[in-house]
Design a binder for this molecule. Structure first.
Ligand SMILES: C[S@@+](CC[C@H](N)C(=O)[O-])C[C@H]1O[C@@H](n2cnc3c(N)ncnc32)[C@H](O)[C@@H]1O
Length: 285
């Protein structure tokens, strides 16, 4: 979303009771002491490639960027108050359930998530929300075994194409992504992605499984529903044998693969939603 607009919303104090309610008190106080201009400046410093999370309120600003962007997307796309959202591979990230809760307490949310420890943390972090939340501990490719076809308004892939690609490759490489601590195995997974990419074997290894997930999610959507991908790139990838430029191209890679698969999904562009590296918004016919 537009960073000036986000700065204005943060400075107005209107997000405090909803999206900022579990931030540390010092971070909330610090944000409230800053004026619109300095919040905007800090946002510009944080929201870049790679993300710069080194400042004292950077992590909170990064979270607000995603939560408010998703809340605003619900409004821009005119989702009904009873909107149903499916997020694949949420891990323990709760930007979208919090955004949806702030948009409408009558909405409902379901995620499919494989890693056990992250699912447990997700349950704890979403315990206080008012919206209906359902967690399915299975691969998102099997979502139609749990939720009927044609019933969901939005399918969200929040920074999830990388997780899905890593999980597919881990299956081939014999890395356990369900019972392991995700962060301990992440360097190994990222190095595997790089090795396949550098050998020119990534697409042959993951395209089929990835497109099966997208095709299943397209069936889950109502006609006119949206499939939304976002991506961001964290600092320090080169230090562990991974690549910032590879990771920041995930939106374009997703766009090309989905276009090639011809699934009846058309891209729409929205002001403030950068379609080069950060957002891909598709609408089902
Ligand atoms: C680090 S978390 C990611 C959280 C979130 N996407 C983010 O980046 O903030 C990765 C999660 O994606 C899950 N995951 C990857 N592929 C999946 C799939 N096909 N179905 C369900 N969960 C999947 C993993 O099991 C893990 O819980």
């Amino acid at each position: 979303m537009n960073l000036r607009e986000l700065a204005e919303r943060i400075a107005s104090g209107s997000l405090k009771e909803t999206l900022m309610n579990d931030f540390p008190a010092e971070a909330v106080a610090r944000l409230q002491e800053m004026g619109v201009d300095s919040i905007e400046q800090q946002l510009e410093q944080v929201i870049q490639i790679p993300l710069d999370l080194s400042g004292p309120t950077s992590y909170e600003l990064y979270q607000l960027f995603y939560m408010v962007s998703w809340q605003q997307l619900c409004a821009k796309l005119k989702l009904p108050a009873e909107a149903k959202v499916f997020e694949i591979a949420a891990g323990d990230t709760v930007h979208i359930p919090k955004a949806l809760d702030a948009y409408s307490e009558s909405a409902s949310y379901v995620t499919a998530n494989l890693n056990k420890a992250l699912t447990k943390r997700f349950i704890d972090k979403t315990a206080g929300l008012n919206i209906g939340i359902r967690i399915i501990e299975d691969d998102g490719v099997r979502i139609l075994d749990y939720v009927p076809e044609g019933t969901v308004d939005v399918v969200a892939f929040h920074h999830a194409v990388n997780d899905i690609v890593q999980t597919i490759l881990s299956g081939i490489e014999g890395i356990d992504t369900v019972g392991s601590d995700w962060w301990s195995i992440e360097p190994q997974m990222l190095q595997a992605v790089m090795a396949y990419h550098e050998r020119g074997e990534l697409k042959a290894a993951v395209y089929g499984d990835f497109i099966r997930i997208v095709e299943t999610c397209a069936k889950l959507l109502k006609p006119g529903g949206y499939m939304i991908f976002d991506n961001c790139t964290f600092e320090g990838y080169e230090d562990i044998g991974y690549s910032t430029s590879f990771h920041s191209a995930y939106i374009e890679l997703t766009r090309q693969w989905i276009q090639e698969a011809d699934l009846g999904l058309a891209e729409i562009r929205l002001d403030g939603y950068d379609s080069a590296h950060w957002w891909l918004i598709l609408r089902k016919a």
